[in-house]
Design a binder for this molecule. Structure first.
Ligand SMILES: *Cc1c(COP(=O)(O)O)cnc(C)c1O
Length: 358
């Protein structure tokens, strides 16, 4: 028997979420972002489900290699671009398109035979100040890439604050970008999930959704349901003990959480060793047999303790949902002082995935 701590992966949801992206950005190609093992959902599940994508986008060459091994023959983009000659050569062998964001990468492209046989993506820094050439260098860098590539140069940038539609930063970034590339020709790609939702004028030729495809909202205070998408991952386990703990007794490591009365405490087979965050505050919700119950006591490596006062019928073997269907990961993340991206990417290899198609 295996431990029943599982990530249920609903592949029909990921397909529907892609359809939703297409409805929101009908005139754009969709580069589906599957970095970090498909945001923790398992590339082996996500890649076949996204067969309708126009492009798959990964962060690293290792991820690109796995996409090819999984049978993806379409356009493949490496968002970080190469950081050494070996990576550059490997990416060329995999027919990857490369993001070029730094001077140091131009030398790699020149060294790696054939690096110019796919589109290069010129990444400009329009105000996020993480990766990208300064906007003022756009024309000069464009001409450098043109010499290296017989293909069109994709002009790209990335937003820092698109999750908040009221933040003026995104419009400023769009303006900086548009001024920088005026007179340069090539497809344009700006929008992550948040910008797909909040900034229609950023859609342009190619959108780059990540988190939305997994049914999770990028915008604080909203859940996927609010924006017409469905969670792909539901993290579940079982109760492996139900105990009575006396009034005034403490529960778990540290002994700081005490029972206000004699109460029933459920012990669920999940902990931070599975990626369930230790930072969750007291009272954070789980679902026991589909109904809410609050945490009581700290999350430990393998186990989590739950206040079952409202669940007198709960028994060993009953199902506990940590997030997903019925309990938005966006809400759970807030209880952990985290963003939902961290929670879904953080599920560890110990958690078995159970895939459903329908
Ligand atoms: C991760 C990433 C995305 C996707 O972002 P989401 O917020 O998950 O939609 C898009 N573009 C770039 C460059 C990225 O690194």
């Amino acid at each position: 028997m295996t431990r029943n701590t599982v990530a249920r992966i609903d592949l029909s949801a990921i397909r529907e979420n892609l359809t939703r992206v297409r409805a929101l950005a009908p005139d754009s190609l969709v580069a589906c972002v599957v970095k970090a093992d498909g945001y923790g959902h398992g590339l082996q599940h996500v890649v076949p489900a996204l067969e309708g994508a126009d492009i798959l986008a990964v962060a690293t060459v290792g991820e690109a290699e796995r996409c090819r091994q999984l049978g993806w023959e379409g356009r493949l983009l490496m968002l970080e671009g190469p950081s050494n000659v070996d990576e550059c050569r490997a990416a060329v062998m995999l027919s990857c398109e490369l993001v070029i964001h730094h001077d140091s990468q131009l030398a790699l492209i020149r060294k790696a035979e054939g690096a110019s046989t796919r589109s290069l993506w010129l990444k400009l820094d329009s105000g996020m100040h993480r990766l990208g050439f300064p906007a003022s260098e756009a024309g000069h860098r464009y001409r450098e890439l043109k010499v290296l590539s017989e293909h069109s140069i994709v002009l790209m940038s990335h937003f820092a604050c698109a999750d908040n539609p009221a933040n003026p930063k995104t419009r400023q970034q769009i303006q900086v970008f548009d001024e920088a590339v005026s007179g340069l020709s090539g497809p344009v790609s700006l929008a992550n999930s948040a910008a797909i939702l909040n900034f229609t004028d950023s859609h342009r030729d190619i959108v780059r959704p990540g988190i939305m495809l997994y049914g999770v909202s990028p915008c604080p205070g909203h859940t996927g349901e609010d924006i017409g998408i469905r969670p792909v991952m539901t993290l579940q386990c079982e109760l492996i003990a139900v105990n009575t703990v006396k009034k005034g007794q403490s529960v778990g490591y540290g002994g700081e959480q005490t029972c206000a009365e004699d109460m029933s405490i459920g012990v669920a087979a999940i902990g931070y060793g599975d990626g369930y965050p230790r930072g969750l505050k007291q009272g954070a919700p789980v679902l026991v047999n589909g109904r809410r119950a609050p945490l009581l006591g700290p999350v430990s490596m393998d186990l989590t303790t739950i206040d079952l006062r409202q669940h007198p019928d709960a028994r060993v073997g009953d199902s506990v949902t940590l997030w997903g269907e019925g309990l938005p990961v966006e809400e759970v993340a807030a209880w952990a002082g985290a963003i939902p991206y961290e929670l879904i990417c953080g599920v560890t290899a110990r958690v078995r995935s159970v895939v459903s198609q329908a």
